[in-house]
Design a protein. Structure first.
Length: 617
């Protein structure tokens, strides 16, 4: 894919490249990000308006629950009121007696007068001796045949119904009414109590300027609505018996889409269910306006860069075309330029340089050839200097740490420990001094130096780690030569960094074995069972070892070893690192066996061949 993209850019002119870059870098990201933001904003706004609807719906539900619960408690009190039940159980052959008894029942009047949510309390009875007086009414045959009266007569608990009524001006009202039977003992008659809620009180408590609300009970018509035209309509298709609000997006002819939340409420001490609808007809209009604004911003963000890119592209293309014509003339040895490149930038400077180049082209060819020769000589000298510098760099931390160890041992232990420490340090210093300035040492001497170094480190860390040396059978370390001071920094790195988080049971293992690839090699591996490294840290360490940074001390020892190996044995040799988090680290050194047998051939293959011939003679 990347090859196709690069091929497209290579085979396209500047104008097409700039337009393509605009499309890929500006237009496409703006469209993708803008689409994401618009979709996210739309979802957030929908959730925001939905949450507001749910909050208002819950407010309405709380008000209705409070009112209906209060009315249920009042009906319970009146249904078992002794005076009311005794009055309804008696027979009245004189109207004066009924009026006198009814006048003494004051609890009903008190509830009507002190509770604004109650529009009226009416009690109906089929007792034939009753007449209509105050809240008491005789239930005629037409009334007794109504569904709510028959239902109340057959059950002991109350239920809620929607009742239609008209005022003195013939205005239609729908009231939520609680109907319940008043139990009469020792009487063959029935009494039913109806408590109607005040429509004006509900409207005062529930009405909201922002939202429209409709409420119905069971399968009955709507008894409350912010829009009076909806009174008496049906909400059956929007029922939700879960009690949780559900969002509905509805499209109304002439009004557009609106957002609606419908929930249900089981009324206190009854099996009646209220259905509450809260609607916001302006939600989608507000959301649409915000989304149009976001869309306009995205369009402007894509359009303005295109206008700038367009004019810049035309201007740049014309100047590049002039430069191209001049270079084409120069390639055909026509140095009389008629093209003109304006401006004071890199293109105009390139045009000026082209003119100078044409005037001195032969001189530049000669100077370039001479420069190549000098550069080759400088590279050779630089490699020699770099090798000498890398070979002379010895990490002083080992000496400092050893001296500190001896000082602490002398302070805390006896003379024998101090003598041993000084002896080990002496052996180590003698090895360093003996090999300073030398090109090679035997592998046996290098391993002996590593053993001394490990013993010194054990004086510092006691039981923190153990060391182990494994040499493959048949490898004669006394006859193999190696660069001096090559192994000790690798072992030091394994102890100081690999065992950094290890308190005990650490292991540093040195393995020497043969391996055959393109030629026979001697592999020296330094392994530790320490903390190891993750993939990212390992990749970073490998880069530092290959690239190096002489201004930083981190990884400089491994970088020096890697460069010494490459300078002496070739770029195909060097350090190999393997590590896994929590499983330790392995550093591998690969050296051609033939060059270890005769180290003079490391830097001079011809000298190696001459030495072999001399040995034969």
């Amino acid at each position: 894919m990347w090859k196709k993209i690069l091929s497209y850019f290579r085979n396209s002119d500047i104008r097409r490249q700039l337009y393509t870059i605009y499309f890929l870098v500006i237009f496409l990201p703006v469209v993708i990000i803008g689409t994401f933001l618009i979709v996210t904003t739309s979802r957030l706004l929908m959730n925001y308006h939905g949450d507001l609807l749910e909050s208002d719906n819950l407010r309405t539900k709380t008000i209705l629950f409070e009112i209906t619960t209060q009315v249920c408690n009042i009906s319970e009190d009146l249904a078992y009121n002794r005076e009311v039940r005794e009055m309804l159980s008696d027979l009245y052959y004189r109207e004066e007696k009924l009026i006198s008894r009814a006048g003494n029942v004051t609890d009903i009047d008190n509830y009507e007068n002190t509770h604004a949510e109650i529009a009226s309390i009416e009690i109906y009875t089929d007792n034939p001796t009753f007449v209509d007086y105050k809240q008491f009414h005789r239930a005629g045959e037409a009334l007794q045949e109504t569904s709510w009266y028959q239902k109340a007569a057959e059950r002991q608990d109350g239920f809620w119904v929607t009742m239609e009524s008209r005022d003195q001006f013939d205005n239609e009202y729908w009231n939520l009414s609680l109907v319940r039977k008043i139990p009469l003992t020792d009487s063959r008659y029935h009494a039913v109590m109806v408590i109607k809620l005040s429509d004006n009180y509900l409207r005062t408590r529930i009405d909201s300027q922002q939202y429209e609300t409709m409420v119905s009970v069971d399968d009955m018509p709507v008894f409350y609505s912010s829009d009076r035209d909806q009174l008496g309509s049906s909400m059956a298709r929007k029922r939700d018996r879960s009690g949780k609000g559900q969002h509905i997006v509805e499209w109304n002819a002439g009004q557009g889409a609106c957002l609606e939340t419908v929930s249900s409420l089981k009324l206190y001490q009854t099996d009646s269910m209220l259905y509450i609808s809260t609607r916001n007809s302006q939600a989608f209009s507000n959301i649409r306006n915000i989304l149009f604004t976001c869309l306009a911003i995205v369009a402007v963000a894509a359009l303005i860069p295109w206008i700038i890119i367009h004019f810049f592209t035309e201007y740049l293309s014309s100047r590049i075309l002039g430069l191209r014509q001049a270079m084409h003339q120069a390639s055909n040895e026509n140095y009389e330029f008629h093209a003109h490149v304006g401006g004071q930038d890199e293109i105009s400077e390139a045009f000026d340089d082209l003119q100078v180049m044409v005037q001195k082209i032969q001189e530049k060819d000669a100077a370039m050839y001479e420069a190549q020769i000098k550069e080759s000589s400088l590279m050779n000298e630089q490699q020699k200097m770099e090798f000498k510098m890398l070979a002379s760099q010895i990490n002083p931390h080992f000496l400092y740490n050893t001296l500190e160890t001896i000082r602490m041992k002398a302070f805390t232990a006896g003379d024998r420990e101090v003598a041993r420490a000084i002896r080990l340090l002496g052996k180590s210093l003698r090895y360093v001094l003996d090999n300073t300035g030398t090109a090679f040492t035997t592998l046996e001497q290098a391993l002996e130096h590593v053993k001394v170094y490990l013993e010194i480190q054990k004086l510092r860390f006691t039981d923190k780690f153990e060391s182990r040396l494994r040499i493959e059978e048949g490898i004669d370390t006394e006859k193999l030569c190696i660069l001096p001071l090559l192994l000790q920094p690798v072992v030091e790195n394994a102890i100081l960094h690999g065992m950094e988080e290890t308190e005990s049971k650490g292991l540093v293992e040195i393995c020497i074995f043969r391996r055959t690839e393109k030629e026979e090699l001697i592999c020296i591996e330094v392994r530790d069972n320490g903390c190891g490294m993750d993939a990212d840290t390992l990749d970073g360490l490998r880069r530092r070892i290959e690239e190096g940074d002489m201004s930083r001390s981190r990884s400089i020892g491994l970088y020096n070893i890697n460069m010494r190996l490459k300078l002496n044995y070739g770029s195909g040799y060097g350090l190999q690192l393997e590590s896994e988090k929590g499983a330790g680290t392995t550093v591998r050194i690969r050296i051609p066996l033939a060059r270890m047998l005769d180290p003079e051939a490391v830097q001079s293959p011809a000298a190696f061949r001459d030495a072999k011939e001399a040995r034969k003679t």
